[in-house]
Design a protein around this ligand. Structure first.
Ligand SMILES: Nc1ncnc2c1ncn2[C@@H]1O[C@H](COP(=O)(O)OP(=O)(O)O)[C@@H](O)[C@H]1O
Ligand SMILES: [Mg+2]
Length: 182
């Protein structure tokens, strides 16, 4: 159902994107880069294989950072320095990050978090205290979504639903509809 036009400003802004194939998930990430500023926090929630890393890969491309974005499974956080004047990307696997904010600061990353874009996979419920202002992205497999997987051995594509919610003053009134792939 459409949100009522009368929704007040202190309600979080929310936008849902339907993503049929991995390449479009990457494109959502690239578009997301255009919305982000240094110091922004993005929490990515979704089961294993939902597409969190795929989206982050596009984000890294959009930000123009160094290094391939891969699953951070074997490290707590990986820093991708900016290639130009933009912010670095800090890609965190919160699954390995038990202690939230304190542990994040203890990581002694080679970069300043307020000057970086921080993306946390599996973030919800663990690192909210990092920042009241945050973009929460939930990726779900669309129920009854049609699989476009090809012949055996080919990578399967399944429709994902990406729900983006902007929380805090940072995101009040933000236009998240630019995330929709034309
Ligand atoms: N619509 C889609 N969007 C994103 N990934 C998809 C989609 N359909 C299939 N996939 C596949 O799902 C997997 C997502 O993996 P990944 O991004 O590493 O997930 P996560 O980081 O959430 O565990 C990839 O193999 C990708 O090719
Ligand atoms: Mg991942």
């Amino acid at each position: 159902m459409e949100a009522p036009l009368s929704s007040t400003l202190d309600e979080p802004v929310r936008h849902t994107v339907t993503v049929p194939v991995p390449e479009e998930m990457r494109e959502v990430g690239r578009r997301l880069a255009g919305l982000l500023r240094p110091g922004d926090l993005v929490l990515l929630t979704g089961e294993l294989g939902a597409g969190k890393t795929t989206l982050t890969r596009g984000l890294g491309e959009g930000l123009g950072v160094r290094g391939a974005v891969t699953s951070p499974t074997f490290v707590i956080a990986r820093v991708h320095p900016a290639l130009d004047a933009g912010p670095a990307l800090v890609h965190v696997d919160a699954y390995r990050l038990g202690g939230g904010l304190d542990e994040m600061e203890d990581l002694d990353l080679d970069v300043s978090l307020p000057e970086s874009v921080v993306v946390v996979e599996w973030g919800e419920g663990k690192v909210e205290e990092l920042s009241e202002d945050r973009l929460s992205i939930v990726i779900e497999r669309a129920v009854g979504g049609e699989s476009t997987g090809g012949a055996e051995g080919e990578e399967e594509s399944d429709v994902r639903t990406v729900t983006v919610t902007g929380l805090g003053a940072r995101w009040a009134g933000a236009d998240l509809s630019v995330l929709s792939v034309a």
